[in-house]
Design a protein around this ligand. Structure first.
Ligand code: BGC
Length: 426
């Protein structure tokens, strides 16, 4: 790596992210809670109390502020606010007002996600996002959120990683409801774009502060295993379209165009967003001989998730996101590892890419590390350690890792130097 010092403008946003079900604990009215307990489930362990963040949020936010962070991305748990259809829990509405108010008091800007994988069980019983008519039910929830928090929140992320929710839940059978039906997955994905539009409209109508709305996309570097094989290239290009291209194009043009499917024009989609969130973790290589993902390159570092560390793939995706014409925020980027020095290098290497694409003209305005603290990593349970802050599984004690101070120094000074990387990896 050639750089020695990177500088970011004062308005560049640095923060970290979490999601309700992964940190709060006892989210017992959603589909994941049920999935974690089903006989024969593929979930390694239940979420249980998670990080008990539901009760410890004030202490956690105090720690983030002490660590130099001025922005925090978190999600509202719909199933707490509306555990049964129409039964709105005033106490839970108030809870999130206290949560968001606490962030504001500390001078930490809240970035609020409205749908981060989990859904109320009653909504799933009605078909969730497999049914276009259910978008209206989601809109009603967003209207309530906008009315309740629209004076505290300006940054709203509507749908987190629509392709992951659709593909893992409905195509590959990994996430609840564990279906394996590619056509249903495409319907869900399309409806999530409709839900994004509905949410953006509800926010514009009801929120007091002028809302800035975006969708946060899981973008992956996708390459053929053998670049000389036309069949591998075709497979990779198809997977690239499904994983990255369809969503980016939908935001750019307002048309949902899935390979081999009729194009669907989604009214209001082009106007719905004020930014696009990019969430980048890794690269996948495709090989027709296995019909899918190729084995990892053994020469490259691998995370606890079994993912390859591949900062080289980040720049092209940031540029593609910027080509939507929307300002880009990196709303997630992170690594699960035991050796915290890998995290420091991971952050530095990915911020170097952000700096490079910015200097080449891409409008990237912020970076959120995933995750603020070790948490419930969906089917993988608590083993992967993504956190800047370690959470002891027995006592739930929080302990910032060196990378938390490293990231805090970047957030504070808007500078990153080679010496800082050396100091924190010693
Ligand atoms: C999700 C997070 C998840 C992270 C690491 C993203 O797919 O938004 O909920 O924990 O990646 O897997």
């Amino acid at each position: 790596m050639a750089w020695t010092t990177l500088g970011f403008p004062a308005e560049f946003v640095f923060g970290s992210a979490t999601a309700a079900h992964q940190v709060e604990g006892n989210n017992c009215h959603n589909d994941w809670w049920a999935h974690e307990r089903l006989p024969g489930t593929n979930a390694k362990e239940p979420s249980g109390v998670a990080c008990d963040h539901y009760r410890r949020y004030a202490e956690d936010f105090g720690l983030l502020r002490a660590l130099g962070q001025r922005a925090h991305r978190l999600s509202l748990e719909w199933s707490r606010i509306e555990p049964e259809e129409g039964e709105i829990q005033a106490a839970e509405i108030d809870h999130y007002r206290r949560v968001l108010g606490r962030l504001r008091e500390l001078g930490i800007e809240p970035w609020v996600t409205l749908h981060h994988f989990t859904l109320p069980r009653w909504f799933v019983a009605q078909g969730a996002f497999t049914q276009a008519r259910n978008v209206e039910r989601f809109r009603r929830f967003v209207e309530r959120a906008a009315a309740a928090y629209g004076d505290l929140v300006q940054r709203w992320c509507t749908i987190n990683e629509p392709t992951i929710h659709a593909e893992l839940g409905y195509r590959w059978g990994e996430f609840p409801p564990r279906q394996r039906d590619a056509a249903v997955a495409v319907e869900v994905l399309c409806n999530l774009f409709r839900a994004h539009v509905a949410a953006a409209e509800a926010l514009r109508e009801r929120a007091r502060l002028r809302p800035q709305v975006g969708m946060t996309l899981a973008l992956q570097a996708i390459e053929p295993c053998r670049p000389e094989s036309q069949a591998d290239c075709e497979l990779a290009s198809r997977r690239d379209a499904e994983t990255n291209g369809v969503s980016l194009e939908a935001l750019r043009t307002g048309v949902f165009r899935y390979p081999e499917r009729a194009a669907v024009e989604i009214s209001g989609l082009r106007e719905a967003s004020q930014f696009v969130g990019v969430q980048y973790y890794t690269r996948m290589r495709y090989d027709v001989r296995t019909g899918g993902v190729a084995p990892l390159d053994p020469a490259r570092p691998r995370t606890q998730m079994g993912w390859e560390v591949y900062p080289e793939g980040f720049g092209p995706l940031l540029r593609r996101a910027a080509a939507t014409g929307l300002p880009v925020y990196v709303t997630e980027n992170g690594i699960a590892c035991d050796d915290d020095r890998l995290r420091v290098r991971f952050i530095a290497d990915h911020l170097a890419v952000v700096d490079e694409v910015r200097r080449a003209g891409a409008d990237v305005r912020g970076y959120f590390y995933w995750s603020a603290m070790d948490n419930f990593e969906w089917n993988e349970g608590f083993r992967p350690k993504f956190g800047l802050i370690a959470v002891d599984r027995t006592t739930l004690t929080r302990a910032p890792r060196p990378s938390a101070y490293f990231f805090g120094e970047i957030a504070d000074t808007h500078r990153l130097t080679r010496e800082m990387v050396d100091t924190y990896t010693r």
